[in-house]
Design a protein around this ligand. Sequence first.
Ligand SMILES: Cc1cc2nc3c(=O)[nH]c(=O)nc-3n(C[C@H](O)[C@H](O)[C@H](O)COP(=O)(O)O)c2cc1C
Ligand code: SF4
Length: 641
Amino acid sequence: MKFERLFQQVNIGVMSVKNRIAMPPMGTGFATKEGLVTEQTLDYYEARARGGAGLVIVECTCVDFPRGIHALHRLVIHDDSAVPGLTRLAQVIKKHGARAGIQLHHAGRIARSKVTGLQPVAPSAIRHPAASYPQGEVPHELTASEISDIVDLFTAAASRAKRAGFDGIEIHAAHAYLLAEFLSPFCNKRHDSYGGGIENRARMLIEVLKSVRKSVGDDYPLWYRINGREYGLEDGFTLDDAKAVAQMLNSTVDAIHVSAWGYGRSALANCPDKPGALLPLAEEIKKVVTVPVIAVGRLTPELGEQAIEQGKADIIAFGRELIADPELPNKALGGSLEDIRPCIACFHCHDVGGSSIACSVNAVIGSKGNGYEVKPAERIKRIAIIGGGPAGMEAARILSLRGHKVVLFEREALLGGQLNLAALPPHKERINPLISYLSTQLKKLDVEIRLNVEAHLEYIKSLKPDAVILATGGVPLVPQIPGIGLKNVVTALDILTHGVETGRRVVIIGGGSTGCETAELLFEGGKEVTVVERRPQLAFDMGFRDRLRLSLRIKDLPITFVMNAICEEITKDGVTVSTELDKKQFISTDTIVLALGMKPNNTLFSLMQGEEFETHLIGDCRGGGKICEAINDGFKLGCAL
Ligand SMILES: Cc1cc2nc3c(=O)[nH]c(=O)nc-3n(C[C@H](O)[C@H](O)[C@H](O)COP(=O)(O)O)c2cc1C
Ligand code: SF4
């Protein structure tokens, strides 16, 4: 077997786990407003257990509701009303041979009074700085007796989790939540026995674990999640601190789960883009403990296998990878890695605010019962899809899986459509595996693909299709401003698709995601770049974390950003822009690049009306413009036809 070690049995205390694959805790937002388990919660976790993970750790579950919750629709375990739902949850996970763990959580100063109605609490009255969460509010500094009350809340929650049938408990002492706040000298400035040296900063975590241990018994699997270190701080929690804590708790717990946190440039450290970025932390912790170490951080089956072989970790957690494809373990076991739908590290699942998670590449998370199911077609149809971008490919995949006869037309020489463009800017290579995955699936499903074909109406009619799906994407928006037709004006698409060359100095009109990423690409190509954006914010079309990642990369580059400015006129020597205060400014440049977004390319759609076949629009040519919308459209129509 290719992944011999990954699929070895492992023990966490007395608990035998069938393989070394874990699903780490990930908040879903599928709970009710009161934090109770819903059908969607059950479907979502059951799919991940069915997919073959040996250990499924249920998302952060709040022990102190509402004070300790960081968003609504997150699970709670603060009183007995939560137990019936959690009991069903543990059952659906265990039904498939997986072990059910649950993460017990207190959000500390990350909680917001806007959500909870209460002032957040923390080791010290210091607000959380803007990082991968927006800036927090000043928390209440917990007294020693309030700390003891929270220890009791963790303990009571643990006995509820055990009563609900969970096989084990993870205490959340990682990231920037309450127990991690106590551990970190950056936010713990106390002068009592809970502050100062690492023995004191670890006191609350030790009290929680010892108290929970006493309540659940010695033979009940108990572990905790910790930051291997905090990045981006001078006075942060260090790897030496983490090692010291790991040693102090080695005999109290049955495993340790090593994550990380960061600030400033490292604000996204816990969800890295780089595969295996956090493995060195797990490796270092493993040197000082005897209990199994769970590693996480954009791991692949190959990296996981290697890490176990090299003694860097004992259990491999796949987070976003299991959101994207719950069947990852089964597919790895069956040797069909090419069938694993890849996570493209886009942060869409993370950027949902208080609502439920969604995935850019997987339209079905937690959505059983909403009417979209991949089931055999009642009547086989001949379906023509025009456009081989993400929407067209996903529709072709689902329709073909359901038994329809599909022919896919793409006017370019390769499949992928806008995905090929999305993959071009620096750091976007993570998009390519999605193109490969979809192309491979279409090949395996024997979808008829005709490349280099511009599908005209007469040609489509000659195929005598039952249905035609238009997935022809978008065309760049070109504003009606003086000088727009001059030779020095190109679109971002011209640069990204056709490799059109620009002069040395470039002004990009539009500071959305495409404008910013094109700016980065051109800058790396040695150009002098200015971006003109009419809003006060760049990359407005991105979610919070995706935008943060982009801004962390580009903010120190010598690119000029002219904000709150509208392009008034273009001449052969440059552009005139006016700012909010009605000030006009002429920017001298060689090339003007339009990055103002796309408009749907759907003229064929109106021509097709009145024909004998049914017609549908999906993806960018229906409006939208994001990968998640394209895949979602393709999936839903694929299920519906
Ligand atoms: C949508 C989402 C929700 C998350 N929620 C939690 C959580 O509830 N508790 C936690 O400890 N980590 C949480 N994380 C972090 C993950 O457990 C994991 O450490 C992180 O995604 C990195 O692993 P990956 O690269 O395999 O995704 C969350 C991550 C994501 C993407
Ligand atoms: S939304 Fe994006 S980051 Fe999240 S799991 Fe899906 S592909 Fe990965």
